[in-house]
Design a protein around this ligand. Structure first.
Ligand SMILES: Nc1ncnc2c1ncn2[C@@H]1O[C@H](COP(=O)(O)OP(=O)(O)OP(=O)(O)O)[C@@H](O)[C@H]1O
Ligand SMILES: [Mg+2]
Length: 589
């Protein structure tokens, strides 16, 4: 089992700015909150900066002149300013946090809705693990960035502008001195970011592999155990895990370097300004209060830069995550119903296929000109070797996949002219690989028709002989099923699926190996139930056990995507062809 490399794709944003803007476009819904938050941010920053600025009059006018009462008054004002700032900051954090969470909720909602509307083909070509990771990892990354970083980024950038303006106001010359060290800071930051970005990407890739491997081995536990591969699996996992440790170590080392380096550069900056400021104060009469305030600002100036650079990595992976999410959201939907698509009012159930061709993958034709007809009440059986295309034929009817050429009609209406919902309502399907949802037995059967009463549910279960085993379950119809009904036997799961289909009361019934997991005695019972169910409905049955299909009105024998024989059991036997040999194999051995 080769582990998947699915996570490797796209950890590095391809079009970062575009994606970031698109994430932010979700903010449009919360414009009012955003304005309020903006005002709060400005209040916070203004309080912060003016608080610092007040040092200038405090030093120049009160401390130097020794005016104690004035000083106390000024300190009271200062306290009021800082309290206002702190409250505004608190509110702003809460608000932006809420906005961030709402964006993420909306993205998740959109992602989920889109998944419900994706054509089945998408799920065939994308691993479930990968889709799941978009729901979890990627959404988480965006969420963290939005809830934690959005506030920081906004206030850091606004602070930068504010501080810069005030510094220029206090002393353009000192501002110039301060800006000399800026390029140095930027270059260092860029160097580190470049280095660490590579390791962060490596780390994400390997993390993806570790997750993918673990996921695959967990779901394949039984196979691993039965073939005795535990040791190999563990060693493989250790290798990946160690690689992850190594890559994470490097990524963290480099990103950890950022803070101390920046702080040292800040100190250098501070020293330069102090010296220059002191010279200015001595020779040019620059006021001491002004110098103190300027020094204060220069320290504050470094902070948003530090913040922005340390946010960089989290932003980078958030944007990569958003990109992966948008990838799914932008996936073409199941094409919409045509404008003139019709609604099936009453369905008789005459099904016809004319020369239907189909391919899952372009160029590899699977159905090669299938023509068949099943009128209302007909029981049509499809038989043939594994891979012959039986399940594929059934999947064409509810339009799980679109045919390549030919035509399928129901009651004479081409199915691509019928609304999908209406089309699918007309039929019930019991699949080869059954699926049950987390919920009670009753809920699972009711999935067939949501407005069915409890009596309807029981009746459907009785009809399909599921009732007796359900009654024997500890909580009967209220027994909880979880994890795809793993607390039931395969046959029991199948019975529930059949009951679900029965409850839907469709005109067309599609049964794919519906009785293959059921013992012979129960099968005879279910057969009776199914016979009752099939009464008056058009039924397509697939079964490997020919005993199940012997009484069908038409038996279609498929071979490699073509119909090779068709007729009744007796006529096909008399033909001494493919059906005959299949029959011989099953009953004469
Ligand atoms: N989702 C898919 N994507 C690509 N190829 C597929 C897909 N599903 C089936 N196939 C191919 O189509 C062919 C027909 O498959 P199908 O499932 O219809 O066979 P079947 O007759 O139902 O077999 P079985 O008796 O084993 O259920 C097979 O060769 C299979 O490889
Ligand atoms: Mg099949």
């Amino acid at each position: 089992m080769a582990h998947r490399e699915q996570y490797v794709e796209g950890n590095k944003p391809q079009n970062g700015i575009h994606t970031a803007l698109r994430v932010l476009s979700y903010l449009a819904h919360d414009r009012l909150y955003l304005w309020i938050a903006g005002v709060l941010i400005i209040i916070t920053i203004a309080a912060n900066l003016s608080g610092s600025y007040m040092l200038r009059p405090i030093i120049n006018d009160y401390i130097i002149s020794g005016d104690i009462y004035g000083l106390i008054r000024m300190l009271a004002i200062l306290a009021a300013i800082y309290i206002t700032g702190a409250s505004a900051m608190y509110l702003q954090y809460r608000l932006l946090n809420r906005i961030g969470l709402r964006i993420v909720t909306r993205m998740r909602e959109e992602l989920f809705r889109r998944m419900e509307r994706l054509p089945l083909k998408y799920f065939d070509t994308h691993s479930h693990g990968d889709l799941m990771s978009r729901y979890t990892n990627d959404i988480d990354q965006v969420s963290t960035a939005l809830t934690d970083s959005l506030t920081d980024i906004l206030s850091a950038s606004l602070s930068l502008v504010g501080i810069l303006c005030l510094m220029i106001y206090i002393s353009p010359l000192l501002t110039l001195v301060m800006l000399i060290t800026m390029p140095l800071m930027f270059l260092t930051a860029r160097g580190i970011i470049k280095k660490s970005r590579k390791y962060f990407k490596d780390q994400q890739d390997v993390l993806g592999n570790v997750n993918g491997y673990a996921e695959e081995m967990i779901s394949g536990q039984k196979i691993v155990k039965i073939f005795g591969h535990e040791k190999k699996v563990s060693t493989d996992f250790d290798k990946l895990n160690n690689k992850l440790r190594e890559k994470s170590g490097r990524a963290q080392f480099y990103s950890g370097l950022m803070m101390p380096l920046m702080q040292n550069l800040n100190i250098l900056n501070f020293v330069l300004i102090t010296i220059m400021g002191a010279l200015l104060a001595i020779f040019r009469g620059f006021d001491v209060g002004g110098l103190a305030v300027f020094l204060q600002y220069s320290r504050q100036f470094g902070r948003p830069i530090n913040e922005l650079s340390s946010l960089y990595n989290s932003l980078q992976s958030a944007i990569a995550g958003a990109e992966r999410i948008f990838h799914v959201i932008d996936e073409p939907k199941e094409p919409a119903d045509a404008d003139d698509a019709m609604e099936l009012m009453t369905v008789k159930g005459d099904v016809e296929m004319r020369d239907v061709c189909f391919e899952y993958i372009a160029g590899q034709s699977i159905l090669k000109g299938i023509s068949l007809r099943a009128n209302r009440g007909t029981k049509l059986a499809l038989v043939g070797e594994t891979g012959a295309g039986k399940t594929t034929i059934l999947s064409m009817l509810p339009r799980f996949f679109e045919i390549k050429s030919g035509e399928i009609t129901i009651d004479g209406h081409p199915i691509n002219k019928i609304k999908r919902e209406s089309l699918r309502k007309a039929m019930s399907i019991v699949l080869q690989d059954t699926h049950l949802f987390t919920g009670t037995v009753r809920e699972n059967i009711r999935f067939g028709r949501l407005n069915a009463t409890d009596e309807d549910v029981v009746e459907a279960a009785k009809l399909t002989y599921a009732h007796s085993f359900i009654s024997r379950l500890p909580q009967g119809y209220d027994t909880m099923l979880d994890n795809d009904g793993s607390n039931l036997s395969q046959g029991q799961r199948q019975l529930l699926n059949i009951a679900r289909a029965a409850l839907a009361n469709p005109s067309i019934l599609l049964l794919d190996e519906a009785t293959s997991n059921i013992d012979t005695r129960s099968e005879i019972l279910i057969q009776k139930g199914l016979d009752k169910l099939m009464d008056g409905r058009t039924t397509f049955v697939i079964a490997h056990r020919l005993s199940t299909v012997m009484n069908a009105d038409i038996i279609i024998v498929l071979d490699n995507g073509r119909i090779v024989e068709q007729g009744t059991h007796a006529s096909l036997l008399a033909l001494h062809g493919k059906y005959y040999s299949l029959y011989e194999e099953q009953f004469k051995s």
